[in-house]
Design a protein around this ligand. Structure first.
Ligand SMILES: *Cc1c(COP(=O)(O)O)cnc(C)c1O
Length: 402
């Protein structure tokens, strides 16, 4: 028996924690331990004939231009695919580039999209405003009941797009039920899985066709770079998704891919710790007299608790609270905090509080905001890596100031 016979050579025998440290590794002749950073836009060829064959796709795995092929980005894509259990992945410049490319790769003028109305701001803009400008109509539905998707399907519906849990109210969409509805109508299901992270929810196993992430969030997790990724079958990813990326250039930079690779190594540690703190905070705030309600997927009070338990391995690193006293109280709380930052990013090592009504959801009308649960007293909390006791003390102090 030799090293070559070791069963752990097979990535499918490795746990996620191991895949996230080693997955996709391609060492150069120097045998470096940390992944090599290939800051190069182009590649040279040993001969004109080699170049001709390479451009004719006769040399598999070869690189000819970093808009669509770079060894550092390759490692990131392969590591993400291993984690997700996807056949293939493509990196993008940001989460919005990933979502936009995933959606656009599956539609043309005359087609129709059905999407949940509770979406990250940029995603909602793409589906509701941009797509119709290019002849792709869209219908937004309340995603909490799968029947609403069934009712909105049209003969020309090509894509169903959802996010679960949703931003900022952590509502859930039943991925398996919506996948069945989409497929019965010949449409593809695209799931933005940022809030659940690749560790807690596996949309592809539940029937999704494409999964997207803003890697800016938990994957970097330290507030440094933007990035995105789309995952799915080899057919979809190396076909439509790759072609759109290659020809329109929303490319993930090699430098950002390298930073994201470092982030992936510690993703499970960070997300586990953040989730543990989030669950503790949800418990404390759920019983506080100045809080109307706490919204956390694995908290017993969540209206879709059973689905949350079935669909997600753990709650989330995020929670939302609705404080008594509306916007004035919400501002008072946020403005009294010493540790938690007022910002709009999420999934960061630093805890962040957001007032969606006046920031991320300011663009929407009050009617639409209230429809999606964005009340004046709503605060979204992205729980970071600080000591949970400090975070709880910070929040209790803030609540005392109301
Ligand atoms: C942040 C985010 C995006 C957009 O990602 P960027 O990296 O900021 O472009 C899309 N969807 C969700 C759910 C997000 O949280």
């Amino acid at each position: 028996m030799s090293k070559a016979d070791n069963p752990l050579n097979d990535p499918s025998k490795r746990a996620p924690e191991t895949l996230l440290v080693h997955g996709g590794d391609k060492r150069t002749a120097f045998n470096e331990t940390s992944e090599a950073l290939f800051l190069t836009s182009g590649y040279s060829y040993p001969s004109s004939n080699h170049a001709e064959r390479l451009f004719n796709n006769e040399i598999p795995g070869a690189h000819n231009y970093s808009r669509f092929a770079n060894p550092t980005v390759d490692i990131f894509q392969e590591r993400m695919a291993l984690l997700e259990g996807a056949e293939a992945a493509r990196g993008f410049a940001s989460g919005m580039a990933a979502v936009t490319n995933a959606v656009m790769s599956q539609v043309k003028a005359g087609d129709h999209i059905v999407a949940a109305q509770a979406l990250f701001g940029g995603c909602r803009f793409v589906v509701e405003d941009f797509m119709p400008r290019w002849g792709v109509s869209s219908t937004l539905v309340d995603g909490r009941d799968p029947e609403n998707f069934a009712r909105a399907m049209q003969p020309n519906t090509k894509v169903v797009f959802i996010e679960t849990p949703t931003n900022p109210t952590l509502e859930l969409v039943d991925i398996a039920a919506v996948a069945d509805i989409a497929h019965a109508h010949g449409a593809k299901l695209i799931v933005d899985n940022v809030f659940a992270t690749p560790l807690y929810q596996k949309p592809l196993q539940l029937g999704a066709d494409l999964v997207t992430y803003s890697a800016t969030k938990h994957i970097d997790g330290q507030g440094r770079v933007l990035g995105g990724v789309v995952l799915g079958s080899k057919e979809l990813i190396t076909g439509d998704v790759h072609t759109l990326l290659r020809q329109t250039g929303a490319t993930l930079s090699a430098f950002n891919a390298w930073v994201l690779l470092k982030g992936l190594e510690t993703l499970p540690l960070r997300v586990r710790q953040m989730t543990e703190s989030a669950a503790k905070i949800a418990e404390v705030l759920g019983n506080h007299p100045k809080v109307n309600r706490v919204i956390y997927p694995h908290h017993k009070s969540h209206p879709q608790y059973d689905l949350a338990k079935r669909q997600m391995k753990a709650g989330s690193t995020l929670l939302a609270i609705d404080v008594k006293g509306g916007q004035e109280a919400a501002f008072k709380l946020s403005d009294s905090l010493a540790v938690i930052l007022i910002s709009n990013n999420l999934g960061d090592a630093k805890s962040i509080i957001t007032h969606p009504r006046t920031t991320t959801h300011q663009r929407l009308t009050e009617e639409v905001r209230l429809e999606t649960g964005v009340t004046p007293g709503l605060l979204r909390l992205s729980v970071g890596l600080e000591a949970s006791d400090d975070l709880i003390a910070d929040l209790l102090y803030g609540l005392d100031q109301i």
